[in-house]
Design a protein around this ligand. Structure first.
Ligand code: HPA
Ligand code: MG
Length: 179
């Protein structure tokens, strides 16, 4: 199935049923891994909103849920220059943190998020990402413990992910057709 967003064509690569199945398995892993803890799931907005909502329904242990957004410099500065986490309403010190991301692509944004989270001296930090592009990652991470799907290095939309602000509400995930 194909969709067109802002004159760009995309084809479906992962449907919502597959996503739901994968999320159920990740949920089981998290329930086991954090059974005796009281983790804080920290979703990174905007892209995580659908994944976070579906994933949290599978979590049956005591936990807290929070969201952050990265603030980036604008204007002449580089867009990927991130300075702070906005919206974080809990103290992370001494806590077990699970960062929930929609995608780890180059890893730049995850690197910034981890740097900012680690500044608060959490007890542990694990990363749970719906999508990972192994061939695009330019950093070494040792804590990406939960991955929904590894995908090729193509631009994707849907299930929370956008192309120029559009496409986030698609329940399935689509990749750009480059021919
Ligand atoms: N799609 C949407 N948003 C993104 C992507 C992508 O492939 N990579 C990083 N942010
Ligand atoms: Mg985006």
């Amino acid at each position: 199935m194909k969709v067109t967003i802002n004159q760009k064509e995309f084809e479906r690569i992962i449907d919502y049923n597959q996503i739901k199945k994968r999320i159920r398995l990740i949920g089981i892993q998290l329930n086991v891994a954090y059974e005796h803890q009281h983790p804080i799931f920290v979703g990174v907005l905007n892209g995580c909103f659908m994944f976070m909502a579906d994933l949290m329904k599978q979590i049956h242990i005591a936990c807290e849920v929070s969201f952050v957004k990265l603030s980036s410099y604008d204007g002449s500065a580089r867009r990927d220059q991130v300075t702070e986490l906005i919206g974080l309403d809990v103290d992370l010190e001494g806590r077990d943190i699970v960062i929930v991301e929609d995608i780890v692509d180059t890893g730049n944004s995850l690197k910034h998020t981890l740097d900012l989270v680690n500044k608060q001296n959490p007890a542990s930090v694990a990363v749970c990402t719906l999508l990972l592009k192994p061939s695009a990652v330019t950093h070494t991470f040792d804590n990406i413990a939960y991955v929904g799907f590894e995908i090729d290095n193509a631009f994707v939309v849907g299930y929370g992910l956008d192309y120029r602000g559009l496409g986030r509400t698609l329940p399935d995930i689509y990749k750009e057709i480059t021919s």
